[in-house]
Design a protein around this ligand. Structure first.
Ligand SMILES: Cc1ncc(COP(=O)(O)O)c(C=O)c1O
Length: 417
């Protein structure tokens, strides 16, 4: 009888070697193990509003519930016409050039559309300009679709804003697109109008496509003002991404959209590509699409949370106040989105390593954060937290963070002595 040969491991796509998503990586696997062993872990690693008791607005729930029985068939590959009309109306009101329902694609969250757009756009070796730090799906989707990321720095010393000259210096004949994440995840930066205008001018000069991730467009603090990119871009081809996950706290419904704007003739080929890719997956989940029109035309439900006294505002205040009095931490006050991106001062903790710290904090203090390097920066001195916990819990969690940093400093002093 022949002995069966051992099977070689099933090989995975080698492009995955360049892909990371630490937000749900090793540390969150370890957190699940600790939870299974009875520990109570605070999950600051992910911007998942429902996990912290936030609910989708009642009128959106009612719209989805009322249309469950209209949601059983596939819908058009671009999305429900009524939903696309509502998105187009908003884009047009904002001043986007040539925004119309025919130029909108609805997807299973912005996540699906980021991947689909880069698949539609990139040939092997094409380069894409990405912020560093970035939301790591952007880097992943560039790599998986055969492209190559070129990072422009958005350091804390500049309030996490990019320098247009540095961006322009990165451009080569292979550069295809410039990605803007505004308001930014992970830093909370909100880009001023003049900066956005400078980015548009670069895209125009070098014939780049602008990819503008605006999923946090209405999550703003203090006097921050959001400027949509498409109206400033005018004829420059622009893909604007938005959705229900954050502003409308309905991330589990998986509803996002991309709006194509700019010169009509510049959009024909990419429109065709997106239409084809959308058809291949038939359509996005239908039930949640019924919430798009009421979300965009209905009452503002986010400002009550981001204004002084609101839960997100007060959680953010807890982080800022803690960092201001911390022995170790600095933070650029987030102007928008759902995160803070503190850094550890080298003078206070010279050998700080974001990964070692995140693991220590999880094991010793039951707090799960994401190391800064998970967002494609080289420096090991940052970490990201979400602002979603209630303010009192946020204060308590930062006390644990400080305690953990204090222990690291003591250990470091012992090594030096
Ligand atoms: C900047 C940014 N873009 C896109 C997404 C994906 O959002 P969704 O797929 O839920 O629409 C996220 C999620 O956290 C994000 O932070």
């Amino acid at each position: 009888m022949s002995v069966p040969l051992p099977r070689p491991p099933v090989r995975a796509n080698p492009r995955l070697a360049d892909v990371r998503y630490d937000i749900r990586g090793e540390l969150s696997r370890r957190a699940r193990e600790l939870e299974a062993a009875g520990r109570d872990i605070v999950h600051l690693n992910i911007g998942n509003p429902g996990r912290f008791g936030f609910a989708a607005p009642e009128h959106l729930r009612a719209a989805v519930a009322a249309h469950v029985s209209d949601s059983e068939a596939y819908c058009p590959q671009q999305g429900l016409p009524s939903a696309r009309e509502a998105i187009a109306a908003r884009e047009t009101a904002r001043g986007a050039h040539n925004a119309c329902a025919a130029n909108i694609f609805v997807g299973n969250g912005v996540s699906e559309l980021i991947d689909m757009s880069l698949r539609a756009l990139l040939d092997a070796g094409d380069e894409v300009l990405l912020p560093s730090p970035d939301y790591p799906l952007w880097s992943a989707a560039v790599a998986l679709n055969g492209g190559s990321a070129r990072y422009y720095a958005c350091p804390a010393e500049r309030g996490h804003l990019p320098d247009p000259d540095e961006i322009e210096a990165l451009i080569t004949p292979r550069t295809r697109a410039l990605v803007v994440i505004n308001p930014n995840n992970p830093t909370g930066a909100v880009y001023p109008r003049e900066l956005l205008a400078a980015l548009v001018a670069i895209a125009a000069r070098h014939r780049l496509v602008l990819l503008s991730d605006e999923i946090y467009d209405e999550i703003l603090y203090d006097d921050a003002r959001f400027e949509p990119l498409a109206p400033l871009a005018g004829e420059v081809p622009t893909l604007t991404f938005g959705g229900l996950s954050k502003v409308h706290r309905a991330c589990g419904w998986r509803v996002g959209w991309v709006s194509l704007s700019g010169a009509h003739e510049a959009l024909a080929e990419i429109h065709h590509a997106l239409d084809l890719l959308s058809s291949l997956r038939l359509c996005a989940n239908v039930p949640g699409q019924w919430a798009i029109a009421p979300a965009l035309a209905g009452p503002d439900t986010i400002t009550a949370l981001t204004a002084p006294g609101g839960r997100l505002h007060e959680a953010r205040r807890a982080v800022i106040e803690h960092c201001a009095s911390s022995e170790f931490l600095d933070v650029v006050a987030p102007q928008g989105a759902l995160y803070a991106f503190p850094s550890v001062r080298a003078a206070a903790l010279a050998e700080f390593d974001d990964h070692a710290f995140a693991l220590d904090l999880l094991e010793a203090e039951n707090v799960l954060i994401v190391p800064g390097r998970g967002f494609n920066i080289a420096q090991a001195n940052h970490f990201r937290v979400t602002l979603l916990p209630p303010p009192a819990q946020m204060r308590e969690v930062f006390a644990r963070i400080e305690r953990c940093l204090g222990r690291m400093a003591t250990t470091q002093r012992r090594h030096v002595a």
